[in-house]
Design a protein around this ligand. Structure first.
Ligand code: MG
Length: 260
């Protein structure tokens, strides 16, 4: 029989009353993965935010979702080829709206400072550029270990990359971890156990009652992305989903008075 480590206490760092997490900040109202979208989530009453983190060419953690810069910044080419200084000079807001023209692409260090000021809890999605999985998991966890606000609970660290999660677990074992899968696949529970995860993050379209049942039996939280329709959110909560990621978290919260 295979030796399986016991799971960490479920919900150790994700209170059950948290039902809505701002996806890349409140990204329906402000450019994703910027200080502006995190501030907007806070302004709209959201208590939890999610954002994506990658590494610059000089190994510094910065916010970003895509491998390339074109979609969400004034830059060209691959994010991994630019230094943090070059990245911080980019305009990461104009593509969304001219009102955000001077919004920078922020480093994780700047984001940690803002979260501490605002008292926002976070899910940090480690999103390594190809080939930098282990390095990104290790580096992001190290920056968090050294710079996370002491006023806040440690973040939930999640990733599609098993390598990145394993490296993060070695560097900052006390932070809870979540495995991200669009479709969970057949062996998801083995992977969750091997990596000591406390949550499974899946695409809402892949959710089934059997999946929810197995996750609950294993003491896991189920978080689903990306849900912007309150009617859909209600159905998911009724099925046993713990929290949803939303671009417009205020719309979901308004539909469920008392949720955070
Ligand atoms: Mg993400």
């Amino acid at each position: 029989m295979r030796d399986q480590p016991s799971l960490p206490a479920p919900a150790a760092n994700l209170p059950a009353e948290i039902r809505v997490i701002a996806h890349r900040g409140a990204s329906a109202y402000a450019p994703e993965n910027t200080l502006a979208s995190l501030r907007e989530a806070h302004r709209r009453g959201c208590r939890w935010v999610e954002f994506d983190v990658k590494l610059s060419s000089d190994g510094v953690a910065v916010l970003g979702h895509d491998e390339t810069l074109e979609r969400t910044t004034s830059g060209r080419g691959k994010l991994r080829d630019k230094s943090v200084r070059e990245l911080e000079e980019l305009d990461a807001g104009s593509w969304f709206d001219e009102r955000f023209a001077r919004e920078p692409l922020p480093s994780l260090a700047k984001v940690m400072e803002l979260l501490g000021e605002l008292g926002l809890a976070a899910n940090v999605e480690i999103k390594p550029c190809q080939g930098r999985e282990r390095e990104t998991g290790e580096r992001v966890a190290r920056e968090i270990r050294e710079g996370w606000s002491r006023n806040l609970p440690l973040p939930l660290l999640s990733s599609f990359s098993e390598e990145a999660l394993a490296a993060a677990a070695e560097t900052l074992p006390e932070a809870p971890r979540g495995l991200v899968r669009r479709h969970p696949g057949a062996e998801w529970l083995d992977t969750v156990r091997r990596l000591g995860c406390s949550s499974l993050h899946v695409w809402h379209g892949a959710l089934t009652r059997a999946l929810v049942r197995r996750a609950k039996e294993a003491g896991l939280l189920i978080l689903v992305f990306t849900v912007n329709d309150p009617v859909r959110a209600r159905r998911l909560f009724d099925q046993g989903v713990d929290a949803v990621f939303s671009d417009c978290p205020d719309r979901i919260q308004q539909a469920f008075p008392g949720t955070q």
